[in-house]
Design a binder for this molecule. Structure first.
Ligand SMILES: *[C@@H]1O[C@H](CO)[C@@H](O)[C@H](O)[C@H]1NC(C)=O
Ligand SMILES: *[C@@H]1O[C@H](CO)[C@@H](O)[C@H](O)[C@H]1NC(C)=O
Ligand SMILES: *[C@@H]1O[C@H](CO)[C@@H](O)[C@H](O)[C@H]1NC(C)=O
Ligand SMILES: *[C@@H]1O[C@H](CO)[C@@H](O)[C@H](O)[C@H]1NC(C)=O
Ligand SMILES: *[C@@H]1O[C@H](CO)[C@@H](O)[C@H](O)[C@H]1NC(C)=O
Ligand SMILES: CC(=O)N[C@H]1CO[C@H](CO)[C@@H](O)[C@@H]1O
Length: 503
């Protein structure tokens, strides 16, 4: 698509030539850019299409079953990723963690699986705690076990591999590991076997598994996805200290388990704790607890051994963790970066959102690498509105259409949530933008150790579903071969990384 040469141009009058050329360029760009980005023709060549967010028939594990770890760690998910029995270089590697979260599975989230909550919302059910409390042990056990047995299956891992991914991040609640205290209504122990079965499927296909503690006793953030919505009773309130202490013992349990040679290859990285609300609890308290947690994990694994341990940034600037550098024995820092939870970011136009990703998040990651070291993004998505059902909590409404909290915000000029969760209404241009937004984030995050999309799938919210994104054509069919990104085209974040490397 070059500019015509001078001698070719001489056969037209000057104006006509320029106008024709402009028309040609506009038409070519309109057709070619979405085509190149979306590659609709790829779909026709697929033998096994991605099955979006469908749910399988429950494949229950018989009571009393022991899941025996396989000793075969030779599987390799793709030619870019070392087989399980060779090291994955989280600190310095050229290959990055490219993964999805298996969220809404062993820890429920209303917005991921509204169908589990809908029948009980009228009875005040808002989270896993109130669900179990309302249903009682037998009914909640049946509901949850059917869910564990159908939301993630062997086919989930097959699809993860097919999409060129190499890791999954698996949120678990402390209740997966027993030792509940009186009054905690959670169903205990059942989910652990489902976790182990999925780890074996991951082993079979060469996918590495990061298990992370998503719900701590007392709730580390008071959000529904910690298991219990409401107050923080972790490093806060009368039982805050004992709940924080209990959390350390669950971490010892996890670290001991995953440093067993049967699991070191398939599960070489674990998450200490998801999103403790440092801004409410206090930074010093959280950082002090992190120090204890790191000691607890390394005592369980021995120094220099066992899984990498991931610390969430607790909503502090990701570069505030320089103090951990000295004791950095296989430590990684994790930030969760989202557009749709802040009105300032949601209100930017598309170009400004892309630039923000490259510049602000790009430099955040680069700064963290410099201040701390290994850095990852454990959660992100391409959602640019908060219209997803239950996203802000059950019946909490959305900022986008002015129905959230005190209704201070309404997106302008498009302020309706209608159709936002219906992928069949997404235009070609919108999908092309979503894809750019995804690729730009990958460029920013792959300066560091890598990324995990939130989520692998959802029941009703396609912008949050990696599988729906691939099926709908706005996420790439191969995470390793995905074309050029926006940041590179405007000089970010590649430049930033060079600055970091040179210093
Ligand atoms: C990463 O590379 C640096 C410099 O080459 C080296 O000092 C460090 O030990 C490496 N870290 C790991 C975990 O391999
Ligand atoms: C749950 O598992 C833990 C160990 O993981 C065990 O100590 C406890 O007895 C189990 N509880 C039940 C109710 O099975
Ligand atoms: C901290 O605990 C106190 C006492 O239980 C409670 O009133 C308060 O709401 C908690 N703080 C948060 C942010 O949940
Ligand atoms: C997008 O926003 C930026 C910053 O506010 C502005 O400079 C630019 O003109 C806007 N672009 C469009 C297409 O509206
Ligand atoms: C809503 O506004 C009221 C009155 O101004 C205020 O007390 C309350 O904190 C606000 N709530 C939120 C969630 O901002
Ligand atoms: C009130 C509350 O905790 N809402 C959270 C529920 O979980 C979603 C994500 O699943 C969050 O976005 C909400 O803030």
């Amino acid at each position: 698509m070059g500019v015509p040469q001078k001698d070719e141009r001489s056969c037209f009058c000057r104006h006509r030539c320029i106008i024709l050329l402009l028309i040609f360029l506009v038409i070519a760009a309109t057709v070619a850019v979405p085509l190149v980005l979306l590659r609709p023709w790829d779909k026709n060549n697929k033998n096994n299409p991605i099955t979006g967010s469908a749910r399988a028939e429950p494949n229950l594990i018989a009571p009393g079953t022991t899941i025996t770890p396989s000793t075969d760690n030779s599987a390799q998910p793709n030619s870019y990723t070392p087989p399980l029995n060779q090291p994955f270089d989280y600190a310095n590697g050229t290959i990055k963690m490219r993964g999805v979260n298996l969220g809404g599975w062993l820890v429920l989230e209303p917005f991921i699986t509204p169908s589990l909550f809908d029948p009980y919302v009228k009875h005040g059910v808002v989270d896993e705690w109130t669900l179990c409390e309302y249903l009682g042990p037998d009914a909640s056990r049946k509901l949850l076990e059917d869910h564990y047995a159908s939301w993630v299956t062997e086919d989930t891992i097959v699809q993860v591999k097919k999409l060129g991914l190499n890791h999954v991040r698996v949120p678990i609640g402390f209740w997966a590991m027993g030792n509940l205290i009186q009054g905690e209504p959670y169903i205990t122990n059942i989910s652990w076997n489902y976790l182990l079965r999925t780890i074996e499927w991951a082993r079979k296909y060469g996918i590495r598994v990061m298990v992370e503690l998503h719900g701590a006793p007392g709730s580390q953030n008071g959000w529904n996805h910690s298991g219990r919505l409401g107050h923080i009773r972790w490093l806060n309130g009368t039982d805050g200290a004992s709940n924080a202490e209990r959390t350390l013992s669950y971490l010892r349990q996890m670290a001991t388990f995953f440093s067993n040679p049967a699991y070191t290859h398939v599960s070489p990285v674990m998450g200490i704790l998801n999103e403790p609300a440092g801004f409410l609890i206090g930074g010093e308290a959280v950082v002090n607890w992190y120090k204890q947690a790191v000691v607890a994990v390394r005592q369980a694994t021995e120094p220099g051994k066992g899984p990498w341990a991931v610390l969430h940034d607790a909503f502090f600037s990701i570069d505030a963790f320089g103090g951990f550098k000295a004791q950095n024995d296989r430590l990684m820092i994790d930030s969760h970066l989202y557009i749709m939870f802040t009105e300032e970011l949601m209100s930017l136009n598309q170009t400004a959102q892309l630039k923000f990703v490259c510049q602000s998040w790009g430099s955040l990651i680069a700064t963290s690498i410099k201040a701390f070291g290994p850095t990852m993004v454990g959660e992100f998505s391409v959602a640019v509105n908060d219209c997803s059902a239950y996203l802000n909590g059950i019946n909490a409404g959305a900022r986008w259409d002015g129905n959230f909290g005190n209704k201070t915000y309404r997106h302008s000029p498009d302020s309706t949530c209608d159709g936002k969760n219906d992928a069949s209404t997404y235009s070609y241009e919108y999908k092309a933008f979503l894809k750019q937004l995804f690729l730009a984030q990958l460029e920013a995050y792959e300066q560091g150790a890598g990324w995990f999309y939130w989520n692998f799938k959802t029941e009703t919210n396609p912008l949050w579903s990696y599988f729906d994104g691939v099926e709908g054509g706005w996420l790439p069919e191969d995470a390793n071969n995905r074309g050029p990104g926006y940041c590179t085209s405007i000089g970010y974040p590649v430049n930033l990384r060079q600055v970091v490397d040179q210093e």
